[in-house]
Design a protein. Structure first.
Length: 478
C-alpha cells in the first residue's frame, strides 16, 4: 500500500513537470519531491508510491532557477506511519516558501543558459505596453506614428506592445524577456530561422511549455486608430520543436478584445535560416480602433517547444486623426487650491500662470482632464492642428480629447461669484481649437444648472474674445 524508495536521477521514471499545476507521472501513481542533500549538488528523489492510500493527496510542482525543484505533496500527516514522514512534509513546504516560479520553462532556465546562452530577465516586461500621451500613461492610447510599434526590447518601457491579460481569455501563456549572456551560438538545425549568432546583451521575448495540450501566447500591440495604406509588420523569430507563429488582428468591442476572422497575409520565409516574418495589415480608412497580435501556437510537445521574437518593425501611413504637437509637448494636471469659495474681487478670476493660486479648476466625469502646458508647441505643428502659425504663450491650459471620445467633456470652472454691482460682467480670453471643435461658455448656478450660455466664434481664433453675462445670484463661469 505505501512505500518509500530512494533512487538516483538516472533511475527515475518518465515525467514532465509543470509550474504550480498538478504533477502526474505517466503511470499516475507517483509523486516526487526533490531535496538537496549535500552542498556538492547531489540530489535524491523521494518517491511515494500508492494506489488509494489516504495519506496521499494532491501534488504540486514549484520550479526554481536554483539547481533544484520542489514538488509540494499534500499529505495527511495523521496517516503517516512515522515521525520521519511527518517531518518530510514540513521540510518540503519550507523549501517551497523560499523560491519563486516562472511558468512554462522555469525549471529549464539552466538548460536555456547552457545551450542557448540566454537568461530570463526577471520582471523585464512589467513596463512594456505603456505609451505617453498628452494626458496619461496607458497601453490603450492609439499610436501617433507607425514607428511607435517598433520594438527591439532594449528598452521594454518604450515598447508599445504587451502580453494579453489573463482577464482577456485569449491565450494560455505569457512572453518573458530574455537576454543573451554569452557567445553561445543557437543550434541552427533545432532553433531557427532567426540568426544563430547574437551579441552579448541582445534581448528578445520567449514563450514555451512542455505539455501535450496545445498552449498559445499573444504579444499585443497598442491600438491603431486608423491607417489609409497597407501596413507591413516584420519581426525576427526563432522556433523550436514544432512551435509556430502567426499574426492576428483584434478589435475592441463592448470593452473586450475580439480576434477578427480576417487573416493578414503572412510570409515567414521559404529559406529556413536568417529569415524574418512579414505580414500585410490591411488599411482601415475610417476611425476604427484595432490591434495587431503576434501569436505563438502549436506549443504542444512533452519534450518542450518554444518561440522567441525580436526586432519588431511596423510601417504604414496613419490617418490624420490624432493631434501631433511634437514629441516634447507634455502637460501636467491643473491642480489649484480652489475650495469653491466666493471671490471678493473680479481680478481674482484672472489667471495667467495657472499655478496653485488660480481660481479655476477642471470639473466633470470625462476621461480627459484639463492640463497645463509649460512649453509652447512648434508653430508648424500648431498650424497643422489649428490652421494658424500663432502659438499660445506658455504656460497655458488645454484639453486633449481622443478621436473616438463623445461628450460631455470636463469643464474649466471658476470659483463662485456671489454678487456683482454692474448689470453685466465681462470675461475675455484667447483660444485655439482643431477643426470641428465646438466651445461654449456658460454661467451656472452652484448646483450646475445652466443659467446662460454663449457659443465661441471659432473663426475668430486665436484673437481675444469677450462674453458678457447678466447679473445672477451666486454663479460660476465655465
Amino acid at each position: 500500500m505505501f512505500s518509500l524508495t530512494f533512487v538516483h536521477d538516472n533511475q527515475s521514471p518518465k515525467w514532465r513537470p509543470d509550474c504550480m499545476r498538478r504533477l502526474q507521472s505517466e503511470s499516475g501513481l507517483l509523486t516526487i519531491a526533490y531535496i538537496q542533500l549535500s552542498e556538492s549538488g547531489w540530489k535524491q528523489r523521494i518517491w511515494i508510491k500508492t494506489d488509494t492510500h489516504p495519506a496521499l493527496g494532491k501534488a504540486y510542482l514549484v520550479d526554481s532557477h536554483a539547481p533544484i525543484s520542489v514538488a509540494v505533496v499534500s499529505l495527511n500527516p495523521h496517516s503517516f506511519p512515522t515521525e520521519k514522514l511527518r517531518s518530510l512534509k514540513f521540510l518540503v513546504i519550507l523549501l517551497v516558501a523560499a523560491w519563486s516560479c516562472m511558468p512554462g520553462y522555469g525549471h529549464e532556465r539552466m538548460k536555456l543558459k547552457e545551450y542557448l546562452g540566454i537568461e530570463w530577465v526577471e520582471n523585464g516586461l512589467d513596463e512594456s505596453g505603456t505609451s505617453y500621451s498628452y494626458t496619461t500613461q496607458s497601453d490603450d492610447k492609439p499610436i501617433r506614428h507607425a514607428s511607435d510599434l517598433d520594438c527591439r526590447f532594449d528598452e521594454p518601457s518604450e515598447c508599445r506592445w504587451r502580453n494579453v491579460k489573463a482577464s482577456e481569455y485569449l491565450d494560455t501563456l505569457d512572453f518573458f524577456l530574455f537576454e543573451k549572456t554569452d557567445f553561445t551560438e543557437f543550434p541552427v538545425l533545432q532553433v531557427r530561422p532567426g540568426p544563430s549568432r547574437l551579441r552579448e546583451g541582445d534581448k528578445m521575448i520567449f514563450t514555451g511549455d512542455r505539455k501535450r495540450e496545445e498552449q498559445t501566447a499573444i504579444w499585443r500591440s497598442s491600438p491603431i486608430a486608423c491607417q489609409n495604406t497597407t501596413g507591413q509588420l516584420s519581426f525576427t523569430f526563432w522556433l523550436y520543436n514544432g512551435a509556430r507563429v502567426e499574426v492576428v488582428l483584434f478589435e475592441k468591442k463592448d470593452g473586450r478584445l475580439r480576434i477578427l476572422p480576417e487573416k493578414p497575409f503572412v510570409d515567414c520565409g521559404t529559406v529556413p535560416l536568417n529569415t524574418d516574418c512579414t505580414a500585410d495589415i490591411p488599411p482601415r480608412d475610417t476611425p476604427f480602433r484595432h490591434f495587431i497580435g503576434i501569436r505563438a501556437y502549436n506549443i504542444a510537445n512533452r519534450e518542450g517547444s518554444f518561440v522567441m521574437i525580436d526586432n519588431i518593425v511596423y510601417r504604414t501611413t496613419l490617418c490624420k486623426l490624432s493631434i501631433d504637437l511634437g514629441e516634447s509637448f507634455r502637460g501636467r494636471p491643473l491642480i489649484t487650491d480652489t475650495m469653491m469659495e466666493e471671490i471678493e474681487s473680479s481680478d481674482q478670476l484672472s489667471c495667467t500662470d495657472f499655478d496653485s493660486t488660480c481660481r479655476w479648476r477642471s470639473v466633470g466625469h470625462g476621461k480627459e482632464a484639463w492640463q497645463v502646458a509649460e512649453q509652447s508647441p512648434p508653430s508648424g505643428k500648431m498650424f497643422n492642428a489649428t490652421g494658424t502659425f500663432i502659438v499660445p504663450d506658455a504656460p497655458f491650459v488645454y484639453l486633449y480629447i481622443e478621436a473616438d471620445r463623445k461628450a460631455p467633456f470636463n469643464m474649466l470652472l471658476s470659483d463662485p461669484i456671489a454678487c456683482q454691482t454692474e448689470e453685466e460682467s465681462r470675461f475675455t480670453f484667447r483660444f485655439w481649437a482643431t477643426r470641428e471643435a465646438f466651445i461654449e461658455v456658460c454661467a451656472t448656478d452652484l448646483k450646475g444648472k445652466e443659467l446662460e450660455c454663449h457659443s465661441a466664434p471659432m473663426a475668430n481664433s486665436p484673437a481675444p474674445v469677450s462674453f458678457s453675462f447678466k447679473r445672477h445670484e451666486s454663479f460660476t463661469v465655465g
